[in-house]
Design a protein around this ligand. Structure first.
Ligand SMILES: Nc1ncnc2c1ncn2[C@@H]1O[C@H](COP(=O)(O)OP(=O)(O)OP(=O)(O)O)[C@@H](O)[C@H]1O
Length: 388
């Protein structure tokens, strides 16, 4: 855990604080994003944590310990540091760049070599290919991966990352972000990550600390900032398309209608037709005895054929897992002109359905001025009453 308590920085010769009384707690194992307009104090605040910038007043605790009671060298060993310019030593191989801190710590050669290879594998760079390359022989993305590997060499529990992917083109940047999130899922470091890019903040952050002019404007999860911005500054900063951005964060399982009406593949079409007429359904989903999705039928399908519904069921090839984000689900629906999308588990068992109205309600709820806690799973909103 990293705790900032009324942290303030006034640079010598300045009468305006660069960081002004910032208080927030970064829980263990989370990524906290520092973001805000240029000059708002992100870098200053980050560099106070590893004592590269001396603090003017307030307190910083790392792992429960006041950083000013710790020796700065041992503090920095506990905190990996990645910067945008990477700072690889040009005359050293990738191996030696990664090995800098382990060497300082006096690790034996074999342990260092094993660690270098382990880290290169972790950042998706086959050690045999890259171990002995020099920084000039790497692409920007590869060099940045080495920078991340180097910061993690001595397995520090904390990491400070100052715009680590800032200089990388958007495509490689997305790859690096995804790779880093996967690594973080495994390693669960406590990370502070500075960025200028709100989309990166929303994607990477468990929490976002939004600064303006040295002061903390809002501290919360990406979803809190998007759905409940504290003031107009936050609202404008996260962007007018915050509803769409929020779709990126929400999972299908949070918006789907659970336990949708379905019939069984062994049911007779005559029974299904009677049921559909009674319930005023135009379509109904068909599953088997294990609740595995088999497809759907229309009223006409079952009216035109007498016998087991298995013979007329139409397959639904496009489904989504519950972990899919709503933006991807929506784009699948739009691309394929689907009225509904079935949500299935890895065994293709039906978990729920998603329809455009549910999606739009989820987006609507983003706007506090319209929103509220409208129940988007209300039974009268059953999908089947709006399609067909
Ligand atoms: N060494 C310094 N001496 C004096 N003032 C400084 C120093 N470093 C930064 N500042 C000032 O402190 C304020 C905060 O700067 P800081 O670099 O922390 O902001 P930032 O949010 O990281 O900016 P950017 O997004 O542009 O990198 C700015 O007004 C800056 O001019």
């Amino acid at each position: 855990m990293i705790e900032l308590q009324r942290v303030t920085k006034i640079y010598p010769g300045s009468n305006h604080p660069a960081v002004d009384g910032v208080t927030c707690t970064i829980p263990e194992g989370e990524i906290c994003i520092f973001i805000g307009p240029s000059g708002c104090g992100k870098t200053t605040l980050m560099r106070m944590i590893n004592r590269l910038v001396p603090i003017t007043s307030g307190k910083i605790l790392v792992g429960g310990k006041d950083i000013y009671t710790m020796d700065p060298v041992s503090l920095r060993r506990r905190i990996g540091y990645v910067i945008q310019e990477i700072g690889l030593f040009p005359n050293m191989t990738v191996r030696d760049n990664i090995a800098v801190v382990p060497k300082l710590l006096g690790w034996p050669k074999q342990k260092i070599d094993d660690r270098v290879d382990e880290l290169l594998n972790l950042v998706n760079m086959p050690p045999d290919l890259f171990r002995f390359r020099y920084p000039r022989e790497l692409s920007g993305g590869q060099a940045q991966r080495v920078g991340v590997a180097r910061a993690m060499a001595a397995d520090p529990p904390y990491m400070l990352m100052d715009e680590p992917f800032g200089a990388i083109d958007p495509i490689n940047r997305a790859v690096l972000q995804d790779e880093f999130l996967k690594i973080q899922e495994k390693l669960k470091k406590t990370i502070i990550f500075v960025t200028h890019d709100i989309d990166e903040a929303i994607k990477m952050g468990d929490r976002i600390c939004l600064l303006r002019d040295g002061r903390l404007e809002q501290y919360g999860t990406p979803d809190e900032l998007l759905s409940n911005p504290k003031n107009d500054f936050v609202k404008n900063f996260v962007g007018t398309d915050r509803a769409l951005k929020r779709l990126n964060l929400l999972k299908v399982e949070e918006a789907m209608l659970r336990d949708p009406i379905r019939c069984h593949v062994n049911d007779k079409t005559t029974d299904i037709l009677r049921y559909m007429e009674r319930e005023k359904l135009n379509y109904v989903i068909i599953t088997d005895e294990n609740d595995v999705l088999r497809g759907y039928v229309s009223r006409r399908d079952v009216a035109d054929y007498q016998g087991p519904v298995e013979k007329v069921v139409r397959p639904m090839s496009l489904t989504v897992p519950p972990s899919c984000n709503l933006k991807d689900a929506l784009s699948k629906m739009l691309q394929n002109d689907l009225g509904i999308l079935c949500v299935v588990d890895e065994k293709k068992r039906l978990l729920g359905v998603l329809d455009p109205k549910t999606l739009f309600q989820t987006m609507d709820n983003t706007y506090d001025e319209k929103g509220g806690d409208e129940d988007r799973f209300a039974t009268e909103d059953r999908w089947h009453e709006r399609i067909g």
